[in-house]
Design a protein around this ligand. Structure first.
Ligand code: PLP
Length: 393
């Protein structure tokens, strides 16, 4: 099959090894982990082991995780922590507020709308404006949500620095006698494959993980919950996942997630090097197009596999279709906002003009790319950019 796939930020293929690890838990070991007989208790043990493996990857314990049906659900669950803060407040104290980065994924931004919220600004590379955070971090803020890396630009946020600012604020509040929690949540859907993550080092209280972006199955994610953080049960029933999220566990999904992480382990720096090299090849090719490309994001703090680019004045939607005809698959903005047909809020937030937004492509490399197909992709994209330019000139 001739296909060049350049949209790994949207979905990744499940490898044979991951699939083989999952299959037994849908066939001979199909038992419900809550059943009382021996084969079922063995399945329970395998599920718990998988949870421990996932947790170990971020320096946590299996009990600190809630397995969810993906990152959207994990983000939703993270925000229920605010309810505890609401309960903890004295009656006429101000209503707790949430701060979210203005470039967050829709599953964070739409969630924030259920609460009193304010956005933290980013600079033109998508990096958080720490002064804006400090200014908005008033005594009534209960939760700050900043993703590890942006899903359209690949910009990596300085989470440890953000955590430090929150620590300072907590201390200041304690001195004033304010004991209500101030939590840090991060959606780490993007970047798990390329960034060494440790929850203690990062200083996050809640961390969203997504199996689908790292060669695991779709519809599987997890939320790390630090000790002492209280969430609100939101799917009631049999009391699974510490009573927070009832329903028979997705054993095969968790096993697949653990296996995908195991296959990643320890290779982050080699992978970063490989992608930086491939992205450079691609950029060189695109630079010879008849429209000068505008490479987006932060050069220093960007996921190595991301190459978001704008060809100002061109119509990226038309380009995508032309590229699809040549079996090169990529997207404009995030797959979900692209399907809504609305201009990307991320590209708006970094101050692009309408022309720059209209001409923007999101290219994200991954397991299906090598030097040969990246050279070919670069050539094809350049040819289509030139054709589109000639058409509109
Ligand atoms: N958060 C980010 C940053 C993402 O990139 C995505 C997926 O595109 C999601 C959340 C949603 O993940 P899911 O579709 O697994 O719920």
């Amino acid at each position: 099959m001739f296909m060049i796939y350049l949209d790994h930020a949207a979905a990744t293929p499940v490898s044979e090894k991951v699939l083989s690890a999952m299959i037994p838990f849908m066939t001979e070991s199909f038992f419900n982990p809550s059943s009382p007989y021996l084969p079922a208790t063995k399945v329970r043990a395998k599920y718990e082991t998988a949870k421990n493996q996932i947790a170990n990857f971020i320096g946590a314990k299996g009990n600190d995780l809630v397995i969810t049906s993906g990152a959207t659900e994990a983000n939703f669950l993270a925000f229920t922590s605010v309810n505890d803060v609401i309960r903890a407040r004295v009656e006429n104290a101000p209503k707790p507020r949430i701060l979210v980065l203005e470039t967050e994924h829709a599953s964070v931004l739409e969630n924030a709308k259920n609460y009193d919220f304010e956005v933290i600004r980013v600079d033109k590379t998508g990096l958080i404006d720490l002064n804006d955070l400090k200014q908005k971090l008033t005594d009534d803020v209960a939760l700050v949500s900043v993703s590890l890396a942006n899903n359209e630009l690949g910009t990596i946020q300085p989470l440890a620095e953000i955590a430090e600012i929150l620590r300072g604020k907590r201390f200041e509040r304690l001195k004033k006698g304010i004991t209500a929690p101030l939590l840090l949540h991060s959606d780490a859907s993007q970047g798990l494959a390329l960034i060494d993550l440790n929850v203690a080092r990062l200083g996050v209280d809640l961390l969203t993980l997504n199996a689908a972006k790292i060669g695991g199955p779709k519809g599987v994610g997890a939320l790390y919950v630090a000790h002492g953080v209280r969430l609100k049960p939101y799917i009631n029933g049999g009391g699974q996942e510490r009573g927070l999220r009832s329903g028979t566990e997705n054993v095969a999904g968790a096993i697949g997630f653990a296996k995908a992480l195991e296959l990643l382990n320890g290779h982050q720096s080699a992978k970063r090097k490989k992608y930086l090299h491939l992205v450079e090849i691609l950029k060189q090719e695109l630079k010879s197009a008849k429209v000068e490309p505008l490479f987006l994001g932060n050069k220093k703090h960007q996921l190595a596999n991301f190459c978001p680019v704008s060809f100002p004045g061109l119509d990226a939607e038309r380009l995508i279709f032309a590229l699809e005809d040549r079996e090169v698959y990529l997207s404009t903005g995030a797959a979900c906002s692209a399907s809504k047909g609305e201009p990307s809020h991320v590209l708006r937030a970094i101050g692009l003009t309408d022309d720059e937004i209209k001409g923007s492509l999101r290219i994200s490399l991954g397991i299906l790319n090598d030097e040969e197909n990246i050279r070919e992709a670069g050539k094809i994209i350049r040819e289509e950019v030139d054709r589109e330019y000639e058409r509109t000139k």
